[in-house]
Write a protein that binds this ligand. Sequence first.
Ligand code: AGP
Length: 587
Amino acid sequence: MCGIMGYKGNKNAVEVCFNGLKKLEYRGYDSWGIAAKDKEIEVFKKIGKISGTSIKDIVPKDFRIAISHTRWATHGGVTEQNTHPHISNNRRIAAVHNGIIENFQELRKSLREKGYTFHSETDTEIIPILIEDYMKQYDFPEAVRKTLLDLEGSFAVVIIDKDFDGMIAARKDSPLVLGIGENEYFIASDIPAFLEHTKKVIFLDDNEMAILNKELEIRGVQNNNQVQKQITIIEWSPEQAMKGDFEHFMLKEIYEQPAALKRAAAESDEKLSKIAEEINKGFGTFFVACGTAYHAGLTSSYIFSKIAKKHVNLSIASEFPSYENFITEKTLMIPISQSGETADVLGAVKSAKKKKAKICSVINAAGSTLDRLSDERLYIKAGPEIGVASTKAYTSQVAVLMLLAYAAIDKLDYAKILLGEASKSIKDMLEDKEIEKIKRIAEAIKDAKSIFTIGRDINYSTAMEAALKIKEISYIHAEGFAGGELKHGTIALIEQGTPVIVFSANDHVKKETISNAMEVKARGGLIIGIAPEDNDIFDYWIKVPDFPEISPIVNIVPAQLLAYYLAVFRGNNPDKPRNLAKSVTVK
Ligand code: AGP
């Protein structure tokens, strides 16, 4: 889940790549590097994050062609040797790569037997060396194509040759997009990397390679045939991909939720009704997703059961293979993904498509691989989400799926009123006095060893999502579970002062939820109640709107803020949590 970028044009290529990598850092921040070419190839590598370094630290010279990489280590530790770009033994070829080459060991073995030397532990290093070997017979583009045909696994690559006035890029199961400027080309893992330069993009599909020389040529890797591609104009503004006055993207994205919900609610009735009809007539609907998107699926499976009286199967994408036997041409699969690039989700979709299932995706990133694999899609319109911890995408995913559930019973107007209420309520909750209270609670529990979150019925998934937010950015062990499960084991972990966040609404399980809080209190737990009303059992109370139908959307917001301030008060960067990256493009 690295970020890669390349540039060819009249601007300072190193500077363009340097600034572009900074915008891709959410994809991996263990180390970074740039290779630029003039008569020779010059390589610069550095351990750690690129943000916080200045362009003056690196190559002073002015280049026209450069490739670059920010790393999320999968193969080999965080060392300079393992940092990309990797170059060939004859220092003629340099390459950057995002993905995993599954057959790299056997390829490396045969290249070693031919006398080539390897300097890193990475899978990627075989790419420039294999090209070097093929160039004994073929020119650069053909040597690249031959190399790509030998690779098994996933890859997005950008490659330069010191004697070739351009660069070559290709992808298979990893995202790659081209930016078309005035006499200049950009290639990157994601659009924000070059959005300040151009909004004209070409999305590369799997097994396509782009040869960016004097002209742009796109060819099929298997058959080497020319491919005609469409240019898409991106709606997002560069500002949307900036932090603005916020200290972190995560906080900005939490504050963007009221507006994002309004955009989600503006989805066309016709489109929603058409997909709701598919669900009504479908023979088995599957929500498939990972992480936070999976929690949006969990929440929405409750909403479909309650509102649309429709059972929806729910699967963690990486576990989907166990359900394949149930997939037929009558199945409707609804993958949920912010990035549209999560490898496990794409894998599940591809296997369902083999069984002729219909794919209707709920996506944020238009043009993503999932978007292009889908028969239908609903965009959640949350805007670019840069913070690794997903926030506005979650509430917008639940909002769009809630609209679908109400569309299935012809009550779309009411659903849109609910979302209007949710948007307004969140705006009210983001007022200073509530924030100050949440900061005080974060200060009080920031040294906890563990935090537990409980909820019942539709707020069980809220508890799960809250625990994930706390875990991924504060690094405090947090566990979410259904309130009813408490007495079946986990209550053994409750000690004096153990923080327990209780999500409650004025609904049919309120009493049981409060008694769960009492059971925890009896063991010395410190109760943080997120509920419409205060209760004697709460040590801390955060008020949420008394509106059970929208509780799955509004109740998570205080937990997002609590996780954010826990991370900040513990000195962590909430935007770039350790060991994580924004989209998980490897299995
Ligand atoms: C959530 O905060 C995490 N970043 C992660 O769990 C994420 O939700 C998951 O990787 C799914 O990503 P997607 O929505 O882009 O598919």
